[in-house]
Write a protein that binds this ligand. Sequence first.
Ligand code: ATP
Length: 371
Amino acid sequence: MADPEQAAADDLHLVGVTKSFGSFTAVDNLDLTVPAGSFFALLGPSGCGKTTTLRMIAGLEEPSRGEIRLGSSSITGLRPYKRPVNTVFQNYALFPHLDIFENVAFGLRRRGVKDVRAKVSEMLDLVELGSFARRRPAQLSGGQQQRVALARALINRPQVLLLDEPLGALDLKLRRQMQIELKRIQTEVGITFVHVTHDQEEAMTMADTIAVMNSGVIDQLGAPAGLYENPRTTYVANFLGQSNLVRARVTRRTSDLLAVDAHGSRLTAPAARVHTRSDEVWIGVRPEKVFLSRAGTEARSGANLLAGGIVRDVCFVGVSTQYFVAMPWGQELVVFEQNTGARDVLTSGTLVDLHWASAHSFLLDAAQDSS
Ligand code: ATP
């Protein structure tokens, strides 16, 4: 178990980090602490500034303003090879003429380290490629090449490992396997991983903490479940999974609860999930938190209820069924129901009510946007 004081001394800090390219600001005054030994994901769509942030940590770009620190030492301005930081790129960048063993040994040999054989063998075992040591990269699958790249980046025991869309070239099934593998390896080596991805599922599967980036700034940062259950902006609500967001107006505020009017229905949300002072709001709920009943057949006291839906489309997706429900005000809401076999699938055209516990609602600012 790592010493907590030592661990805090190795935390990675970005303090007021800005990167401009001419008049364009790619990363805007970023303040961020990545706890030592954690798996941290920078998540966001193409162009939001993730790779630029990673490249500044690696030393491949210098910030226009601000500082990057490891513990109390500034690494801003240090050449990339002087930083205790390594990077795994999407294209692996393996040496094609060297075998796997020599690819992984490369960094150790260059530094004149002893015990190369034992260290490389240990690392190849960690990534489960012990029996592939004498193959060339071209004789390995994409997933195996990715693990060689990982072993090579970890062999010098960097304090921080940067991963730039490392699974982007793999097919979906392999990517899922590698997500679990990467998480296992990170836990085993205890090195700080900073992982860049645009794939929310990937970030949620692996990361202890996710920073959701939007146009050069962090919109929200937190543990995956917290971000998913309690998003603070419509951007985060929509980027992490699917959300039902219904336009509403606040009618009553107490210290625990807010009540809103949403197209004539009275709905409530807990005060801890209210992220706006505005009276113009979106009330949100995740699709799997909603229960569908045939219209007028269920009264659930204390639950939020939206009546008057019509099932438009039904998609069977194995473990669950997805319902797309047209509401009287023209919006389509989505409901995921686990396929437990407890009841028949509702068919297209069925009149339904939507119910969910008040505790699962969140309230977001709608004053700024009209969509
Ligand atoms: P992707 O997932 O597509 O890699 P990203 O979130 O990693 O996207 P960045 O590569 O960090 O985004 O780029 C952020 C913004 O900065 C983009 O609009 C990009 O065009 C711009 N940018 C990045 N590098 C440069 C550069 N060297 N010169 C000018 N603009 C740049």
